[in-house]
Design a protein around this ligand. Structure first.
Ligand SMILES: NC(=O)C1=CN([C@@H]2O[C@H](COP(=O)(O)OP(=O)(O)OC[C@H]3O[C@@H](n4cnc5c(N)ncnc54)[C@H](OP(=O)(O)O)[C@@H]3O)[C@@H](O)[C@H]2O)C=CC1
Ligand SMILES: CC(=O)N[C@@H](CCC(=O)OP(=O)(O)O)C(=O)O
Length: 344
């Protein structure tokens, strides 16, 4: 099968290359650029020497039409305008950006501060939250791959929200990410001198993933209340950890929560429910498509603390995008995604 990557020079693109390279169903990976046509990716990234030396290609409708799948790892505001120009019935589009996730275009313009994608594109797009939307994913032509933070938050909260074991009201979610989450464009926030030896809170009550999380909670459980969601940048390259605090519904015990997680995920290839662990670390999922989840009930407050870890570039981006491809194409869901975590 022939696949393509638009935005191949970005961090999401590089991670797609790394994972697709060992996918047994993928024979050719075409790499596209908007700014460095003719340049070899291995010139820019020497670790790809003797692997990806061919010149980067210009994005054209004719080239995209030849591909079974095209991934877009482009900054927000790009794919919503680009896809209408290259859309065709032969190719499946998987967008890693936030452009097609929010069904309400006013929400996109408010939270992203950018022009929304056309309504017909939004109507066609399927939210690619694997494990929760697999039936719709299997027949999709256009996938809105979930955001990195929403993936960890939703996978860890939906089993309890859907069964009404925790209250929808007063949910508080504290999230922390490594610096690769902000892509390969340097900024003041990600400058080494300011990120190393520091933890920084950012986008307080303004993060663009707030409406995405609320939309998915509504769609999976039928109801939603506003969430409090706070993001932090921590001095590591990869990884996300989310810690959520929820009020238990009357009479609910730890055993009920345990059952909800095992009922939902015991057969899941990538979600590892880990009750009774003393620690949970981003390292234990590094380089993989795993999402590890644990919880602890505080009897003093009648609250439960729910923790999830993912690799932002894999389960939070390229890995989940490939899992979506596998579901659509009817491949083994784990194809290309079987690596053991890079723990040390
Ligand atoms: N990093 C992460 O952990 C995650 C990222 N995402 C989302 O995925 C997307 C990609 O992220 P990431 O790889 O980190 O971003 P990067 O900034 O690292 O890379 C984006 C790439 O997009 C290409 N690009 C820029 N402008 C255009 C354009 N007008 N047309 C086509 N291509 C363009 C650039 O390549 P070139 O100049 O060669 O065209 C660039 O290398 C973003 O929307 C991000 O929000 C989602 C989940 C997690
Ligand atoms: C550390 C860091 O900066 N992370 C980014 C991740 C968001 C992202 O990837 O953007 P979309 O999912 O909206 O496309 C952020 O918090 O904005």
């Amino acid at each position: 099968m022939k696949v393509g990557i638009i935005g191949a020079t970005g961090y999401g693109g590089l991670e797609l290359i790394r994972l697709l390279h060992s996918h047994q169903e993928v024979q050719t990976i075409q790499l596209f650029t908007s700014s460095e046509e003719g340049v070899s990716l291995s010139t820019k990234y020497p670790h790809l020497t003797k692997l990806y030396d061919a010149p980067l290609e210009k994005i054209t409708k004719q080239a995209i039409e030849q591909l079974s799948i095209v991934f877009l790892g482009t900054p927000s505001g790009v794919s919503g305008q680009l896809i209408p120009n290259i859309y065709n019935e032969n190719t499946i589009f998987i967008d890693l950006s936030g452009d097609l996730r929010l069904k309400n275009s006013a929400d996109y313009e408010k939270w992203y501060g950018k022009k929304t994608a056309p309504e017909d594109l939004l109507a066609k797009s399927v939210y690619g939250l694997c494990s929760w939307n697999n039936d719709a994913i299997r027949s999709a032509k256009l996938i809105a791959n979930p955001g990195c933070y929403p993936t960890a938050v939703l996978l860890s909260l939906l089993p309890l929200l859907k069964t009404n074991l925790i209250s929808h009201e007063g949910l508080i979610i504290d999230a922390k990410s490594g610096v690769s989450g902000s892509g390969n464009k340097p900024s003041q926030l990600t400058h080494y001198a300011e990120t190393t030896d520091a933890t920084t809170v950012y986008k307080i009550n303004k993060h663009q993933h707030i409406p995405e999380i609320e939309q998915a909670i509504k769609s999976c459980t039928g109801t939603v209340e506003p969430i409090t969601f706070t993001t932090h940048l921590v001095p590591m390259v990869r990884g996300i950890i989310t810690t959520s605090y929820a009020k238990l519904s009357p009479g609910v015990t730890a055993a009920d929560l345990h059952k909800a997680f095992t009922d939902t995920y015991s057969d899941d290839p990538f979600i590892r429910f880990m009750p009774d662990v003393a620690t949970l670390s981003t390292k234990q999922v590094k380089g993989t498509n795993f999402c590890d989840i644990t919880f602890n009930v505080d009897d003093r407050t009648n609250r439960v603390t729910i923790v999830a870890v993912i690799d932002n570039l894999v389960k939070g981006a390229a890995g989940q995008a490939i899992q979506n491809m596998n579901l659509i194409m009817g491949f083994n869901e784990k194809a290309g995604l079987q690596a053991v975590p890079l723990f040390i």
